[in-house]
Design a binder for this molecule. Structure first.
Ligand code: SF4
Length: 263
C-alpha cells in the first residue's frame, strides 16, 4: 500500500490514517521521483500488487505519471486506487480503466454522510460515481465503515451502494486508530457490530458480493487494557501484516501494518 499523500479534502472523524497519531509520518512527503524509486525497488523485490491510497490519492500531483511508470515497470501488476471519490473526473476514471487500475471508494453514510466525512457534503455524487462505473463497465469496490452515527442506516447504505453499481462491498467497524482514537464515542462495541452483521445477512441477496472485516482493534500494537476489553477479538488470529502486505507512509517510512508504527 502506497500512502502517496497525507493531504485529504475530507475530515472523517474515524479516519485511521496513522499520521493523526504520529505526525512525523506526514512530514517531508515523498516527491514523484522518490515514489518512482520506491516502486522500482518494489518491482525488483517481486511485488506484483500495489494500492495507491492517501490521504486522498487524487490530491497527489504526479498520480497519472506514477501509474504509467508503474504499468511500464511491472506490466502484470495488480493496481488499485482508493479514493473518497469526490475529485474523480471522467478523464481520470477512463485513464484508470485504460491502465487497468481497479477503483475503490468508501460510502460513509447517507443522512450521516456530511457528518461522517466532516464536510457537510451529501452522498449523491458518490452514488453517481458508482453508477457511472457500472455504466462504463469499470465498477468500483465500496468500503463501508460502521459507526454509531451510521449504524441505523446501514441496510439503506448497503442497498444504495449495491443498487448504484458497487462491484463488491466490504463492511467493517470503525477502529480506534488514527483520528478515531479521539472519537471513541463513535465506535461500536463488539455485540453492536455483530448485530450490524446480522442485519446485513438478513437482507435479500441482491447479487453483489460482500464481506466483513472483523478487526476492531489493531492487535499488532500494544493497546491499553480498556481498549482490549472493549474492542479486542476473542478469536484473534495472528495478523498477516508484514508478510502478505506492507505500507509505505507518505514520508517513505515502511510499516508492516496499516494501523501501527513502532516509531
Ligand atoms: S478516511 Fe479517507 S476520506 Fe476520510 S479523512 Fe481519512 S483519508 Fe480522507
Amino acid at each position: 500500500m502506497l500512502e502517496l499523500t497525507p493531504e485529504c479534502n475530507f475530515n472523517c472523524p474515524y479516519c485511521y490514517c496513522l499520521w493523526h497519531e504520529f505526525p512525523e509520518l506526514r512530514e517531508n512527503p515523498l516527491t514523484l521521483e522518490q515514489w518512482k524509486k520506491v516502486i522500482g525497488f518494489a518491482a525488483d523485490e517481486g511485488v506484483d500488487d500495489l494500492l495507491f491510497t492517501g490521504g486522498e490519492a487524487l490530491l497527489f500531483p504526479g498520480l497519472k505519471e506514477l501509474i504509467l511508470f508503474t504499468r511500464e515497470k511491472i506490466p502484470s501488476c495488480k493496481l488499485a486506487l482508493f479514493t473518497n471519490g469526490s475529485l474523480m473526473t471522467e478523464e481520470m476514471f477512463f485513464f484508470c480503466k485504460e491502465n487497468r487500475v481497479r477503483l475503490a471508494t468508501s460510502l460513509q453514510g447517507l443522512r450521516s454522510y456530511g457528518e461522517m466525512t466532516g464536510t457537510g457534503r451529501t452522498f449523491h455524487s458518490l452514488l453517481e460515481l458508482l453508477a457511472f462505473g457500472r455504466q462504463n463497465k469499470w465498477k468500483l469496490e465500496v468500503s463501508i465503515t460502521v459507526t454509531r452515527k451510521n449504524q441505523d442506516e446501514i441496510c439503506d447504505m448497503f442497498a444504495a451502494a449495491a443498487l448504484s453499481g458497487a462491484e463488491t462491498i466490504l463492511l467493517g467497524a470503525m477502529m480506534p486508530e488514527g483520528r478515531g482514537r479521539e472519537h471513541l464515542d463513535l465506535a461500536l462495541s463488539r455485540p453492536e457490530w455483530e448485530q450490524v452483521k446480522e442485519k446485513i445477512r438478513k437482507m435479500k441477496n441482491c447479487g453483489v458480493p460482500y464481506s466483513f472485516c472483523d478487526e476492531m482493534l489493531c492487535e499488532c500494537r500494544k493497546q491499553p487494557d480498556e481498549l482490549i476489553q472493549k474492542f479486542g477479538d476473542p478469536h484473534f488470529k495472528p495478523c498477516p501484516a508484514g508478510k502478505e502486505f506492507g505500507v509505505i507512509s507518505p514520508n517513505g517510512i515502511y510499516r508492516k501494518c496499516l494501523h501501527h508504527w513502532n516509531g
